[in-house]
Design a protein around this ligand. Structure first.
Ligand SMILES: Nc1ncnc2c1ncn2[C@@H]1O[C@H](COP(=O)(O)OP(=O)(O)OP(=O)(O)O)[C@@H](O)[C@H]1O
Length: 266
């Protein structure tokens, strides 16, 4: 399964939101997309998932323009978890995950025990099997988010597109969810806000700024003090480990005034 964007631009409300973005997602990699609010991460996800059509350029899924493939075909190859994904309120947790099997069902392929097993495994994968019978509207934001991921896993596509997948999750579930996704034999593209999560889990990171792709590479190549300052306007220290990984330490934007320090010490 291959996915690439070539020179894509997209406009809304007369404003060019994405400008000439090109990237190829390598098979089996975990590609992170980072960038400030409004830099175009969600817009890019919507183009590479086929939800929106680029104004210029093209998105290719397995070498075909994604807009020429039927929705069912796209859904069998690629699953998207949107940032503000919603689901009808009168369904149970299990029924929400069962929606992931929709692209495989039809008059000649009714629901089968295999579908049951796939849904059960997806629920267990995100630690939600015990809440399978609960109604959607009684679940917390984090539980709903885990079910959205389970629905995408039940879809059994080879490509997983996740727009801020750790939204609403506590730190334990954030790490275990990214770890779970990483351990699947899947190609993953995830918009992430936490730079340390990007450093920990991504094979490569794409950096968006004002609708443009301004950097693409391995975490240690992309997450530099200078680039983080230029893109996010913050001061950081980057620690490089012997194994090639890196981590980010955020520093205060300005030193605290001496008077404030004296007041605390008094
Ligand atoms: N349908 C639309 N009409 C007008 N402007 C839009 C539309 N969709 C997105 N935009 C604008 O495009 C820009 C990029 O939005 P996008 O949601 O892609 O950013 P983002 O990087 O995902 O942001 P965030 O980190 O806040 O989720 C924003 O300024 C947003 O207001």
């Amino acid at each position: 399964m291959t996915l690439s964007a070539s020179g894509v631009s997209w406009s809304a409300g007369g404003v060019e939101i994405l400008k000439d973005v090109s990237l190829t997602v390598e098979t089996g990699e975990f590609l992170g997309i980072i960038g400030p609010n409004g830099s175009g991460k969600t817009s890019l996800m919507s183009l590479i998932s086929g939800i929106r059509k680029p104004k210029r350029g093209e998105v290719l899924l397995d070498g075909c323009p994604i807009g020429t493939l039927g929705r069912r075909t796209v859904a069998q190859r690629l699953a998207l978890v949107e940032q503000q994904a919603e689901t009808g309120e009168r369904i149970t947790a299990r029924q929400a995950v069962e929606l992931g099997r929709t692209p495989y069902l039809g008059p000649l392929s009714p629901w089968s025990p295999e579908d049951d097993a796939i849904v059960g495994a997806a629920l267990a994968n995100v630690d939600m099997a015990h809440l399978a019978d609960r109604l959607w509207h009684t679940l917390s934001g984090g539980e709903r988010q885990r079910l959205h991921i389970a629905r995408a896993l039940a879809q059994q596509s080879k490509i997983l597109l996740l727009d801020e997948p750790t939204n609403h999750l506590d730190i334990g579930h954030q790490i275990s969810l990214l770890d779970l996704v990483r351990r699947q034999d899947l190609t993953v593209v995830a918009a992430l806000h936490d730079l340390n999560h990007a450093a920990m889990f991504c094979d490569r990171i794409a950096v968006m700024q004002a609708g443009r792709l301004v950097a693409l590479g391995r975490p240690r190549e992309v997450l530099t003090v200078e680039r983080i300052r230029a893109v996010f306007g913050i001061e950081v220290e980057v620690e490089h480990e012997f194994d090639g990984s890196c981590s980010i330490r955020y520093r205060a934007r300005r030193p605290r005034p001496l008077a404030a320090i004296a007041a605390v010490g008094a």
